[in-house]
Design a binder for this molecule. Structure first.
Ligand code: GLY
Length: 366
């Protein structure tokens, strides 16, 4: 199918599952391509809410709006009850829920929820090492690390800084961004997944992977988080120094794509490896390239993004399958035993990529 057909297919899937997921969320990933009902307890639930907002923006459909609003309130409730929020993924959760709601509808409660979420994220910021700690107890010396994915969490801080006028949010975001650029990107512009510091000496220790193939390879989605994360950082800061790094990580991603432009789950793998792909990594990278195109157009990157998105539309939707997901062949974490399936972030970023491809002026939720 083409981009237009893929958009219509995405809307159809959202409508088909609207009632089923009205008072809950899809599971992180599907099982045999079927998502189950899931509570609002994971880092992934914002993606369903983001998908609802995109579908609402496409259609103006009242039922989709009602569900998006209802889920937005469920995010406020999650904050009230502090359910599974002691980690850095506040951006993935609340940018696509409360912040998107506020940006689209001007809802003041959603705005307050977005700021409350930013405050939770600020509690993970470590001024001593100038980064947002990903996981674990802030006092546990073994947990003193950040991860490349967090580049998608800091837009919540940039947004909160703009909305409140309080510079503390932006300062933390810029410090985290600079630390990430300095340590998570290797000299060849591949990326570490995670990076440790010594909390006693405050000195950098080592890069380590969590979901990639090895400590020296480039996990495909991690590299894609770097592409999109740097594009978003550039959108907020206009720091020209970022461009070299954006270009580097994007060139690395593109030059490690297989023949059909859909990456294997780690960029170390090539055609003939027999490994699974990660379609979600392609969708994230497309969004990053299309975001940067708005600020600094570069034809070769745009051409690669178009090829990636066309490949996803043509061969990787669940059309014709017994499925309630949208994008197939996403890999959560092969290392942790996951299978190639639909996952909620793959569906969301695929939809966002379609939105961006058809409407370059679309106002981002990030
Ligand atoms: N942020 C977690 C993941 O990409 O799997």
């Amino acid at each position: 199918m083409n981009i237009h057909q893929a958009r219509e297919f995405t809307i159809k899937r959202v409508k088909e599952t609207l009632d089923y997921f009205y008072d809950c969320f899809p599971s992180e990933q599907s099982e045999n391509y079927i998502y189950k009902k899931f509570k609002n307890v994971s880092w992934t639930t914002g993606f369903y809410e983001g998908l609802l907002w995109l579908a609402y923006e496409w259609t103006g459909n009242e039922s989709i709006f009602k569900s998006a609003k209802h889920h937005s309130r469920l995010f406020g409730k999650r904050l009230d009850e502090n359910i599974e929020l002691d980690h850095h993924d506040m951006g993935f959760l609340f940018t696509l829920s409360s912040v998107a709601d506020y940006k689209i509808t001007g809802d003041e409660t959603a705005k307050k929820d977005g700021i409350r979420a930013a405050d939770k994220l600020m509690a993970r910021y470590r001024p001593d090492v100038k980064f947002i700690q990903a996981w674990g107890d802030m006092k546990d010396p073994k947990s003193c690390r950040f991860i490349v994915d967090c580049l998608l969490n800091i837009p919540l801080l940039f947004w909160a800084g703009e909305i409140t006028g309080d510079t503390k949010y932006r300062d933390a975001a810029v410090n985290h961004m600079n630390t990430a650029v300095k340590y998570i990107i290797r000299p060849d512009f591949s990326t570490h997944h995670t990076f440790f510091f010594d909390p006693k000496t405050k000195l950098p220790l080592r890069g380590e992977t969590h979901q990639g193939y090895s400590d020296t390879s480039a996990w495909a989605r991690g590299q894609a988080w770097a592409v999109y994360g740097l594009a978003l950082c550039y959108a907020y800061t206009r720091d020209e120094g970022l461009l070299e790094y954006f270009d580097g990580v994007t060139e690395y991603f593109i030059s490690h794509l297989p023949k059909n432009y859909v990456p294997y789950w780690d960029l170390i793998f090539t055609d003939g490896s027999g490994e699974e792909r990660d379609t979600s990594a392609a969708a994230v990278a497309v969004c990053g390239i299309l975001e940067m195109e708005k600020h600094r157009p570069r034809g070769d990157f745009k051409a690669a993004a178009d090829k990636m998105l066309c490949a996803l539309c043509e061969a990787y939707t669940t059309e014709g399958m017994d499925s309630n997901g949208i994008l197939k062949e996403g890999m959560y974490s092969k290392k942790h035993g996951h299978k190639s399936e639909c996952n909620t972030w793959g569906d969301y970023f695929f939809a966002e990529a379609l939105m961006r491809a058809e409407n370059p002026e679309w106002k981002k939720y990030w």
